[in-house]
Design a protein around this ligand. Sequence first.
Ligand SMILES: [Zn+2]
Length: 422
Amino acid sequence: MPIAPTLPNAAGPWLSLCRLGAALLALVVATIVSAEIARAVGDTPVVAVSARIEAEADETRLVFKLSEPVAAAALHTAGPDRAIVDLPYVNFQIAESPEAGGLVSGFRYGVFARDRSRIVIDLASPARVASIESVYRESEGAAFLTIALAPVDRTAFDDLADQDARRLLESAAAARSSAPSIADDDRPLIVIDPGHGGVDPGAVAAGGVTEKDIVLSFSLALRDRLEEGGRYQVVMTREKDVFVALGERVRIAREAQADLFVSVHADSISSAPQVRGLTVYTGSDRASDAASQQLAERENRADAAAGVEEQEIEEGVADILMDLTRRETRGFSHGFARYLVDEIADVARLNSNPLRQAGFRVLRAPDVPSVLIELGYLSSSQDIAMLMSEEWREETTTAMADAIGRYFTTRFANRGIAPVSP
Ligand SMILES: [Zn+2]
């Protein structure tokens, strides 16, 4: 269940054993991430401290309390029906989200691009943003952003969404990060892709620990581990709590001409808290099993959760050469996935069936060997404890670096490069 549409703190029962630890981890990660972004965007970003919903018969208002007024613009998307409000960068420090009410069935917020934030409102029934007001009230020493929603009929809403579709695409394009430029360098290039980010929290554990934070801190540790030895170039699809569309992640890997793409996630199955362990996935048109297919479907909804139109991932010209490339790439992906499972088996808990396949959108580059690793399950209290353990992270990133070393030793033997694991 808990891919993005869930509110960060609208979660179910929590296992008391790890409540404190998980909360502490969330706090530490959130603090580090917001400090990093604050450095990136300037000294005093606008802070949002609380939110409330005021539901009346003919209008529902979503009101945010901020340190300063902000400029805001609204868009609408149909199926699912949403109102999207774009803002300059806002540091959301909202401890408690209000219950859904009136025309609002849920909402979430977060960084959407380096210097922008976004509020995504799920609509209980068709409604338009009738007004947005952002004013400073001297008496309260704070600014208030009031998003007023008024009901409209289905036809009017669909018309509105049609008109906004073009603006939405333009706003997604503007949010694209530019591909990192890689100097002339012969070392193998690895793209590490921390899943989700910004307005899309990914899976959310009861208690508020989010997949986007867990996988970012793990990915940064993996990057540091790989860079230590100086044998690889490493490119991250995100280094901060920022939203990156699925197609954009693939584009970054292809434009960098990556030799390997590793997407990092942490799943959640609330109906099966006993399911545990790390799983490595490779891309395939046919899923290896039903659970993997459902997982890929959940992960593939990341763009929609952030209110971004799904864009077709450029898969290269369909010709016989590209077919050969794709087949060869899949072979490399499987080979690498086996090394990963092999190395990690010695140090960490694996899923009972650790090597699987499914149609993940981020694994669709025809020319970049790609795997997606689900570190563990946020629905398992034991896995959360594991994901938070410094020792586990150390051992797992080391095992992954060993697997990467084995992979390139074999793959690039003829290039005269033999990157022994650092
Ligand atoms: Zn994920």
